[in-house]
Structure formats: C-alpha cells, structure tokens
Design a binder for this molecule. Sequence first.
Ligand code: 5GP
Ligand code: MN
Ligand code: MN
Length: 318
Amino acid sequence: MIENKIIQQLLKSDSIAIVSHENPDGDCIGSMLALYIALKRKGKDARMFLKNNVPKNLRFLPAAEKIEVVDRIDEKFNVLVLLDTGELERTGIENIENCYSKLINIDHHVTSEGIGDLFYINSSSAATGEIIYQIVKLMGIDNDKEIATCLYTSVFTDTGGFRYSNTTSITHQIAGDLINTGIDFVYIINKVFDEMSLSKFNLLKDVLQTLELFEKNKIAFLTVTREMLIKNGASRDETENLINFARNIEDVEVAAIFIEEEDKIKVSLRSKYYIDCAQVAKEFGGGGHLRAAGFTSRNVSLDALKENLIKRLKSDLR
Ligand code: 5GP
Ligand code: MN
Ligand code: MN
C-alpha cells in the first residue's frame, strides 16, 4: 500500500521538510500541522515551511507557531513532503526544487497528477486532511487531541462546513472519530469560520458593493482592489470565503472573486450545481476541484480578464 511506503520512507528519514501552497488555507495548514505532530510523536524532527503567514484565524492551532515563513530554501532535506497541491511552483518558495533528495506528494485535487518519488493523490477525499488522517492512523497514533484539532480544521474548512458536494459519508465518519478524541469543535468552528476581525468586516462592506451580475444572474463577480485592503487595514488572507456571499445569491450558478495583487490578479471560482470549476481554472492556467478552483493571471487588465471569463463561463451555462 502506498500509504505504508510513505510512512516507511518518513520514519527512516533524518531530516524532513513539510511544505504546502501559497496563500494557505485551513486544509493546507491543518494537514501540515497534523503530519508534523504525528512525526514528532514518532521521535522524528520535521520542519514546516510556507511562503505566507498563517492566517490569523488559524493561529490557535497547535504548533502553528513552528511554521517557518520563507521566500526561499537553501538547506537540503532527506525528504520533502508536498501537501495539498500537486505542483512545487504553487508553494511560491524559491529554490524548492533543489532542497530534497526524495519528494513525497500527498494531495486531493482532481487536477493533480502526482509528482516525486512517492505520491498519493486521492481526488475522492474531501480534504488532504482526510488522507493525513489515514496515514496518522496507520502510524499507530490514535486518539490524539492535538492532531484531531488540526485534522478537524482541515476537513471542516475544505468542505465549507460539510456543505460542499465533496463531502462524503467517510468525511462525516472521520469527523466523528476526531470529535471522539474530545476536541472542542464548537471553538474550532467559531475560530475558523464565523469569527472575523473588524478589519475583515469593513473589507466585506466594500467588497459587497462591487457585485456584478451577468447572464440572468447566473454569473456573479466580486472584486477586491489593493486600495480596499489598505484602506481597511485588512490582510490578504482575510479575503478567504468572501466569494461565498456571491455564490449564495439565488439564481447564481457560478461566482468568481478577483483579487488584485502587486503584479497579478488572483481569481477564485465557486459553482453550485454543474459548472466544472476545475476545468475552467485549468484552461486559465490554474486548477482545483469540481466546485472550487482558482487561477492567477498576469499581464492582463481586470476588465479584459472579466470579459474572457464571462465568455468562457457562458458557454457552460444551462
Ligand atoms: P481558492 O479559490 O480558495 O484559492 O482555491 C480553491 C481551490 O483551487 C483550492 O483547492 C486551491 O488549491 C485550488 N487553486 C486555487 N488557485 C489555484 C492555482 O492557481 N493553481 C492550482 N493548481 N490550483 C489552484
Ligand atoms: Mn488548499
Ligand atoms: Mn485541500
């Protein structure tokens, strides 16, 4: 079994680095921390690297303060574990291709093919955290409250609180198992989903004003300009989930949010019932899941990008 091979490789390695994608989300951070804590329980020393800071609402997670935020890695590790993405470039970390002897890739994106010496890609898993849950269990670690807190965060965030169609009965079984360790899931849910800083609240007010509707309200766009972030003192990670306000509007099948960054535009896509977001994102150079995907565009104006995306989405509308 590939899981066992991955565990064997990890347990015989002296230096392990764990990385995940830029602009980290709950699944990426929860998976990283759970694997890190599990390796520590097994007497292994691992390190965790990310391009961006841990989002404020995830900083309560155990060992979150151990994540090192870096632009590049110059050290060399026996093993690099790439989580929640199938592309090294998505880490945003320079020189990452030279920092390991062996590469292990664990992910659940349909658009991931798997890279490295050992890979485990399961696109029927709702979250990378579901795969890490299996791996931790196979490592003989059960009933660990700290690991369960991280994995519950993974699964809860990537399923939109068990709402998205990637949710399965296995997801619920895993969540039940995690709850049985005695985790404070009410606190976790409040922290990762409901609570927001005043700066995010103020940003939300501005972003809601940007709503654009097309094609009999089946397509909804929101926009976050750099000025909005600066004016409200909001951080980039506080744009997470704003897109759901557009997706949730009656009649909307697909929503997009355009986030202006220094030299590029980050686009997130969410659909309700039938638009294949992963396919659309892939055509624009990105990837993701059936109902949640994204891409980044450079050297194109916001207006031109919006026009191109409307044209592409229109052809899939029913
Ligand atoms: P989000 O829109 O929240 O950034 O991402 C939604 C999903 O699409 C996530 O699973 C994320 O990993 C994936 N995704 C977002 N942007 C990109 C991208 O530029 N490339 C790829 N391959 N996947 C992306
Ligand atoms: Mn992710
Ligand atoms: Mn994920």
